[in-house]
Design a protein around this ligand. Structure first.
Ligand code: MCA
Ligand code: AMP
Length: 512
């Protein structure tokens, strides 16, 4: 039988999840997730209000057990982006922690509160009332109790669906228009997590520490489902601070996952913080991903704590493609070698496959393997465009060296911005700016930024007669429509945008 989380079946009192001081053992996780999975049976798709909490983790585990695709949503999402996701994915239920105030588009859906502790009790008596109301107060929260005295009870897991069944739909930005729903089958999740087990010698003894958001691949699939598939545990810090990382790693953590912005902040602070240096130095594995980690940050961290950070490379559509191996050469500055079962090739601009490995010839990375997504939801056109035969076109430009390591040197589309590890399409921000009544033209670029990697910069032309908005007002407008991390950090007001004879905006001339 196809079992996604073998350790849940054992129902042991080994630690599974910790968020702050709230913890669940595997037995407790099973006791919360299995009844919830039973309640989800028959649903088409569910949205998860993805706060960084035990509740989100329980909801996603339950959806996987039930075979119901889950759509994790950023709890800071703005109105128009949320409206798009709800209309595009048409979920029939929203899962949220009790008491969470949901925005209008989600409040209109049937709601099921994720009750840790009350779940077993309510599962047998589900009524429509349960689905819309907040239900009874429930039992004491076991996440605050010791598991030592609890009777050993193996939860009865539902029959899990086949490998190709969609497990998650994760929204990711393209260059234009609103984000697309990436449909990820169970097969892709299982493959990527098992390939990382091999590359990183990830075991049940590992305690992963991180502070990543739970509505993207990095924090949710690698960061929550990863430890649970291994039978190890996660210690989530709630939010990123260097102090939190220091304490988490000193308190039994063996691995840390972060985006380059987090490592940059650690690199800035580690020189003056011996406790942080000791904690990072004692970790078994420090892994960076979601964007490139600059060599200066690699060097500063290694000098201060004596450890190397390893990089891995992935995408929402492909999950993980390559990694520097824990048991291999350091390959600093590269994203390592293809993971087991994953095939990569470099293709030049004429469509020819680059055969050499001279470390200099640049081509687009294309990927094939069991780690790939199925399709963009409701977007057969975009799905077809994304593939070259069976190969997925990543849009990432790279070179390959004689040892088989890939080094990413840039991106094909300048209209894709990576800021703080989040992928953001220039087009979606331009559309949000143009929806402001005072804006008549807008262009958005990504400018280099030491902390964020790239900083979102907006160039706008105002409607002549409208009241002049401030830069902050336009930035807030984008934050409210899309999400705070998509807001422009700088806004330039221009009389006109540079355009070519065809009327196309010449972004490279902006600011010059
Ligand atoms: C600021 N804030 C606002 C506004 N301005 N809220 C509303 N309106 C505004 N105008 C709030 C923000 O919500 C936030 O609140 C706080 O102010 C600071 O925001 P910001 O400056 O944007 O964030 P930060 O503190 O600088 O965050 C840096 C970060 C973050 C922690 C590194 O960027 C982050 O978590 N990045 C992770 C991205 C990620 O997981 N990517 C994976 C996708 P508050 O302080 O309350 O939060 S890529 C992927 O999955 C692929 C597969 C891969 O390879 O991994
Ligand atoms: P997303 O669509 O949010 O999943 O972002 C995927 C993109 O993140 C990839 O196409 C790469 O451009 C980038 N990325 C992920 N990991 C790395 C890395 N280690 N180095 C450089 N870029 C990365």
């Amino acid at each position: 039988m196809n079992v996604f989380f073998p350790a849940l079946r054992d129902g042991s009192s080994a630690p599974a999840l910790r968020f702050g001081e709230r913890r669940l053992s595997y037995r407790q996780l099973g006791a919360a997730a299995v009844p919830l999975a039973e309640r989800l049976g028959g649903r088409t798709r569910v949205t998860v209000w993805a706060t960084p909490t035990l509740e989100t983790s329980v909801a996603v585990v339950a959806a996987l057990l039930a075979g119901v695709p889950a759509i994790p949503v950023n709890p800071k999402i703005g109105a128009s982006e949320l409206a798009h996701i709800v209309a595009d994915s048409s979920p029939d239920l929203v899962l949220a922690e009790p008491g969470a105030a949901l925005p209008e588009a989600l409040a209109a859906l049937p709601r099921l509160d994720i009750r840790i502790g009350a779940a077993e009790q309510t599962s047998a008596q589900e009524t429509d009332q349960d689905l819309v109301g907040s239900g009874a107060a429930g039992e004491p929260d076991p996440s605050r109790e010791s598991d030592a005295s609890a009777p050993h009870k193996v939860p009865v897991l539902p029959h899990e669906p086949g490998e190709e069944a969609p497990a998650l739909i994760v929204y990711t930005s393209g260059t234009t228009g609103p984000p697309k729903g990436v449909v990820l089958p169970r097969r892709a999740l299982a493959h990527t997590l098992d390939a990382l087990e091999d590359a990183w010698q990830w075991t049940a003894d590992d305690v992963l520490v991180h502070a990543l958001p739970l509505f993207h691949v990095h924090g949710l699939i690698l960061g929550v489902l990863g430890p649970l598939r291994r039978g190890g545990s996660l210690h989530h810090l709630g939010r990123f601070t260097s102090d939190g990382v220091s304490r988490g790693l000193s308190d039994g953590g063996t691995m840390f996952f972060g985006v380059p912005t987090m490592y940059h902040r650690l690199a800035v602070e580690v020189g003056a913080d011996p406790a942080l240096a000791r904690a990072l130095g004692a970790a078994r594995l420090l892994v960076s991903g979601s964007a490139a980690l600059p060599l200066t940050d690699h060097a500063r961290l290694t000098a201060a704590c004596g450890r190397r950070v390893i990089e891995r490379y992935g995408m929402s559509e492909t999950l993980m493609n390559t990694s520097v191996r824990a048991d291999g050469p350091p390959a600093t500055g590269s994203v390592g070698v293809p993971l087991p079962g994953v095939y990569l090739r470099l293709v030049d601009e004429t469509g020819e496959v680059i055969e050499g490995d001279d470390g200099e010839t640049v081509g687009e990375i294309q990927v094939r393997g069991p780690n790939l997504f199925v399709e963009y939801l409701n977007r057969p056109d975009a799905t077809a465009e994304a593939f070259d035969g069976g190969w997925f076109r990543t849009g990432d430009m790279a070179v390959r060296d004689a040892d088989g390591n890939y080094r990413i040197v840039g991106r094909k589309a300048t209209d894709l911005i990576k800021s703080g590890g989040y992928k953001i399409g220039a087009g979606e921000i331009e559309n949000a700016l143009l929806a402001h009544p005072a804006v008549t033209e807008a262009a958005v670029t990504g400018e280099p930024d030491d902390d964020l990697g790239e900083r979102i910069v907006a160039w706008v032309v105002l409607t002549p007669d409208a009241a002049r908005p401030s830069a902050d007002e336009l930035s807030d407008h984008v934050a409210r429509q899309l999400a705070p991390h998509k807001r422009p950090r700088t806004v330039h007001f221009l009389d006109s945008l540079p355009r070519n004879d065809m009327g196309k905006i010449l972004k490279r001339q902006l600011g010059r």
